[in-house]
Write a new protein. Structure first.
Length: 675
């Protein structure tokens, strides 16, 4: 009897699924090729986990007691066969809530992973709308914090630290489009100027090694000729000074000869001959008489050689003053015993009279030459740092202007909320949450309700979701909050309670409007209906309607391109998850038919029916995602050079990934004008 009772239930579920707004059956003849069969493997994969939402919920609950991040990672490991979208959404609600309200600061990377989990589930799965706003506010606040810190470091001239601070902002989602457009230029300017500034500071501090390390971070093609030439001329002098200090035993004769050849190339024969004499003396004092003789044979300055020879004689005999500062530095001034070579040369009576020679505290030739070369490097670096600083500050100023332009209407809305609440915002997170509520079309009173909703969450989340699965109308939202047990005082009649944030092209709302447009267009094709015209003009008109912009106002090309790029990136990530889920379901269903799972026939049949329905849903979502991404690529191509920020993503999709929308991406790349 149980088996018979399941058939009407399965039929009813199929009818409900097919008629749901989020799903439509595939067309009889699809233009795209069916999914390629999985390649054979030598060892069969273990069977995927059977649906067991209660068991997974228990595991996640145990992980939540330890760490919210651990619970989130555990949830990501559960495949499409283990959890339905509704069960996954239920667990994701509580995990996200725990993460956002823990004492520790949540890293931006973890917020982005949670948001990716959230986006992959999509609307209609039972995700908590207030937690959704809190997650959006947390990520937006984290991005703005990184940006503010980076701008402060730039103002202080700490370019290397600023560059590192901007690294997490490579793909920001909530900053204004104009700021996002300026960020790559700012990061490139910082990347170029930071090594110059570090090298400049190191040279001023006398740390030649640090200066060399800083410049080595720059690719040769990015190193200006003036800096490269000056640094190349300084390097052999730095090496010569190091050779004097290594005890005379570390440098091969061939290395010393190459070093002196470089000195002669950059600084002339006179300096090279003088240093050759002193280096030969250094080798002699280290017991390398043969190498010293060979080096002197390459040519020396006679006058300088005579002085060095006199100093060697004075050091050996233990009398007179040392004239050459370099020889004086080699022969330690605090020596109290004659060197070994003195005992060989001097008779016993003269050896007994040996006294340390008095050193000359003058400047060494190599130090004077290296200081002059360092000054040339510093001059070249100063020019680069000055020019680079100007580029950095100009790009940073454009970002500040973009933030200031955005802040004007938002500040007025936030001021009204503070007046309505009778207190200022306590944390930046509160401020961001109020802004998110405002950009979603909620009034001042409703934003206050969102801020007041936290004290009785997440217990009230189920109650709220029961009456309002998605906040699409501000008045309905307020009534739903009151019906679900919110404090009515939060919705008292304030003078500006009904005021809203003026409609604008907020980036998050533009992204939602673009997603809705592509989703609707793909739905026509998936359901076998003729899609309506959807060129750039129809796309922008639809955005204007969805955003409820005033007459005559329309999203700019930059805002449309950024919205398309954001949605396409999300869609590509979602497609990868759908592809994996489809593969797991394709394996699990035959496993059930073969009786891999030890269950009663009726239970196994019910499980098989559930997974087949889930596979139909995943297949429809996968097909809709493919079509939506292809349409997104086509729309990007309609913007021509204005779509330049999408080049890298389009190139990645068109080169060797085998994506169904790869041809559309390649066509868009060509029309944009990418080289």
């Amino acid at each position: 009897m149980r088996r018979r009772s399941l058939l009407p239930l399965a039929a009813l579920a199929s009818v409900l699924l097919i008629n749901a707004p989020g799903w439509a059956p595939p067309a009889p003849r699809l233009s795209a090729q069916p999914p390629a069969p999985r390649p054979p493997v030598t060892t069969p994969r273990p069977p995927v986990a059977a649906p067991n939402s209660a068991g997974v919920a228990a595991l996640v609950a145990a992980a939540r007691q330890r760490n919210a991040a651990e619970a989130a990672a555990l949830l990501r490991q559960q495949g499409a066969t283990a959890l339905s979208r509704v069960h996954r959404a239920t667990l994701l609600n509580v995990i996200t809530h725990d993460t956002l309200h823990q004492k520790q600061t949540v890293p931006l990377a973890e917020l982005r992973r949670l948001r990716a989990d959230w986006v992959a589930l999509g609307p209609g799965s039972g995700l908590d709308p207030i937690v959704a706003m809190q997650l959006e506010a947390a990520e937006a606040g984290a991005e703005r914090l990184f940006l503010a810190d980076g701008l402060e470091l730039i103002a202080a001239g700490r370019f290397a630290e600023a560059f590192a601070r901007f690294e997490p902002l490579e793909l920001p989602r909530y900053l204004p489009v104009s700021a996002v457009r300026a960020l790559p230029e700012l990061r490139e300017a910082l990347r170029r100027v930071a090594p110059f500034a570090q090298s400049q500071a190191a040279l001023r501090a006398g740390d030649a090694d640090a200066a060399v390390r800083a410049l080595s971070k720059l690719p040769n093609e990015h190193k200006p000729l003036t800096v490269a030439n000056a640094d190349e001329a300084r390097l052999p002098l730095v090496l010569a000074r190091a050779t004097f200090g290594d005890g005379g035993t570390g440098a091969e004769l061939s290395f010393v000869r190459r070093l002196l050849a470089d000195v002669e190339k950059h600084h002339g024969a006179t300096l090279a001959r003088q240093l050759r004499t002193e280096l030969a003396a250094r080798l002699f004092l280290a017991g390398r008489a043969a190498d010293a003789t060979a080096l002197v044979g390459d040519g020396v300055d006679p006058a300088h050689a005579s002085q060095v020879l006199a100093d060697l004689r004075a050091a050996t005999l233990g009398r007179d003053e040392l004239k050459n500062p370099q020889i004086a530095a080699v022969i330690a001034a605090d020596r109290t015993q004659p060197p070994a070579y003195s005992a060989i040369i001097l008779p016993p009576d003269r050896l007994a009279q040996w006294r340390p020679a008095v050193p000359n505290p003058g400047n060494k030739i190599v130090d004077v030459a290296e200081a002059a070369a360092r000054e040339k490097v510093t001059t070249a670096l100063n020019a680069e740092v000055t020019a680079g600083t100007a580029r950095v500050r100009a790009a940073a100023e454009r970002i500040r202007e973009a933030l200031a332009t955005e802040a004007a209407p938002r500040k007025a809305f936030l001021d009204k909320i503070e007046v309505a609440r009778g207190k200022p915002f306590v944390t930046p997170a509160e401020r961001e949450l109020a802004l998110v509520a405002g950009t979603r079309g909620h009034t001042v009173a409703e934003a206050v309700g969102v801020l007041a909703a936290e004290p009785d969450r997440p217990a009230a989340a189920v109650r709220l979701l029961a009456v309002v699965p998605a906040f699409v109308h501000a008045g309905e939202f307020a009534a739903a909050v009151e019906r679900s047990g919110r404090a009515p005082a939060a919705f008292a009649a304030y003078p500006a309670a009904g005021d809203k944030l003026p409609p604008a092209c907020d980036r998050s709302r533009v992204r939602e409007a673009v997603h809705a447009a592509l989703h609707a267009q793909a739905g026509h094709t998936v359901s076998g209906r003729e899609p309506p015209p959807f060129a750039r003009s129809e796309f922008e008109a639809g955005l204007r309607d969805r955003l409820k912009l005033p007459p005559g106002e329309t999203p700019s090309a930059a805002e449309c391109v950024q919205g398309l790029l954001d949605v396409c990136r999300d869609g590509a990530a979602e497609y990868a998850q759908l592809l994996e889920a489809f593969g797991d379901l394709n394996q699990a269903i035959p496993d059930i038919e073969r009786g891999v799972y030890d269950r009663a026939n009726a239970t196994r049949k019910e499980l098989e029916t559930a997974l087949k329905l889930r596979r139909l849903s995943v297949l429809a979502d996968k097909k809709r995602c493919e079509i939506g991404l292809a349409v997104g690529c086509q729309l990007l191509s309609a913007y021509g050079p204005d779509a330049a920020p999408a080049r890298d993503w389009l190139r990645a999709q068109s080169e060797g990934t085998g994506t169904p929308w790869g041809a559309s991406a390649a066509d868009a790349l060509e029309k944009i004008g990418a080289k």
